[in-house]
Design a protein around this ligand. Structure first.
Ligand code: NAD
Ligand code: 89V
Length: 345
């Protein structure tokens, strides 16, 4: 018969966790048995909304009382290390939201703690799981455009992300750590390891504390070069939030992902335009639906990996290289020069 359902718990019942809880409901063979949030109002509203009776304000209490097959940590970055280490002490497989940690040493300690406990760690790095990004990666993998020598990933918007996530306005670091991290992960995923990075950043919005625009130049060890640019201070007639625009030039052709989820592939035989729109899940709402569908995709991948024992694509170990790029970007933006990553992480 079918395997027993996996008993999971979600820690952090805030803005983004709602997507994770909806996606868990859509995945067969998973039951969210318990939730945790230190805020009692969020805890009860989430418990009522999703019909989850076992509720905890303290994660340590939850781990002591529950038998869990995995835990899904959806809190903000400050609590990621203590919560991941707590899960490792209880030998519970763990998913942690991005950014895994604010520093590379913290991230390494988390990866080591899970490795020593013998439990898998996956970072909820969902952008590479978005339908349009998966479509681009699939074309690239066929070799139709040849070896890529140039890539451009661009995310420019004026969408008010601070309304739903006020913590984004108060952190010392903003766009590189919160959004650039996704773009840098996609760049690694498409073009391979990065050997050097140069970044320039600035703050345009006077109402926030961190940087809200960044331009980065990446050297990939395989020979490609990419430009990654992000802004939450861009005003346009049509705002494309939360779409990533992408251009890849290869020796025999190109891939161009443009706003409106249109992908144009040019190869030696001509050009083809493909609609790579994400499906609109029943619980999703535009314009977030592409991100929301990627949450279902990455969580389904986690379940497949837990059942088969394979390493998740965005494992903690894999994600160290993305965290290293975030760190390199802040270092380069502060010092002005390039940062070389040969010896890392
Ligand atoms: P939020 O502040 O809305 O929610 C976080 C919740 O965690 C709050 O309810 C808070 O009370 C709770 N919490 C914090 N520390 C806790 C602890 N130690 N124990 C129990 N509960 C605790 O934050 P958010 O905007 O939902 O962001 C959460 C995380 O999700 C961040 O790391 C953010 O970067 C990430 N995020 C990812 C994506 C994506 O596409 N992958 C999108 C948005 C946000
Ligand atoms: O995608 C994210 O992780 C969001 C943001 C608003 C920064 O894009 O938190």
């Amino acid at each position: 018969g079918p395997p027993a359902p996996l008993r999971g718990a979600v820690v952090g019942c805030g803005f983004f966790a709602m997507n994770q809880l909806h996606a868990w409901r859509d995945i067969a063979g998973v039951e969210i048995a318990a939730i945790c949030d230190r805020d009692p109002d969020r805890l009860s509203a989430t418990g009522e909304g999703f019909g989850i009776a076992r509720r905890y304000r303290d994660a340590a209490e939850m781990f002591a009382a529950e038998r869990l097959d995995f835990v899904d940590i959806a809190t903000t970055v400050e609590s990621h290390r203590p919560l991941v280490e707590l899960a490792a002490r209880h030998r519970v497989p763990v998913i942690c939201q991005k950014p895994l940690a604010k520093t590379l040493p913290d991230a390494r300690a988390m990866v080591d703690a899970c490795a020593e406990a013998g439990v898998p760690l996956m970072v909820h790095e969902n952008f590479r799981w978005q339908a349009p990004i998966r479509a681009v990666a699939a074309v690239l993998a066929t070799g139709r455009i040849g070896r890529p020598f140039f890539g451009r990933l661009s995310f420019r918007s004026g969408y008010d992300v601070f309304k739903g996530q006020p913590h984004l306005a108060t952190g010392e670091r903003f766009i590189i750590q919160e959004l650039g991290i996704h773009m840098l992960d996609i760049a690694r995923h498409l073009f391979g390891d990065v050997s050097g990075l140069t970044a320039r950043s600035t703050r345009i919005n006077p109402a926030i504390r961190g940087e809200d625009a960044v331009t980065m130049l990446l050297d990939h060890a395989g020979g490609a070069m990419s430009v990654v640019d992000c802004s939450y201070a861009t005003r346009r007639a049509v705002d494309s939030f939360p779409e990533t625009s992408l251009e890849i030039d290869g020796a025999f052709g190109s891939i161009h992902l443009m706003p409106g989820y249109r992908m144009v592939v040019t190869d030696r035989t001509g050009s083809e335009t493909v609609d790579v729109s994400p499906p609109l899940l029943p619980w999703a709402a535009r314009p977030w639906h592409s991100v929301q569908e990627s949450v279902l995709a990455i969580q389904s991948h986690w379940v497949d990996c837990l059942r088969s024992g394979c390493e998740p694509a965005t494992s903690g170990r894999d994600n160290l290289a993305t965290v290293a790029l975030v760190e390199a970007a802040y270092e380069s933006a502060a010092a002005g020069g390039p940062v070389f990553l040969h010896a890392r992480p």
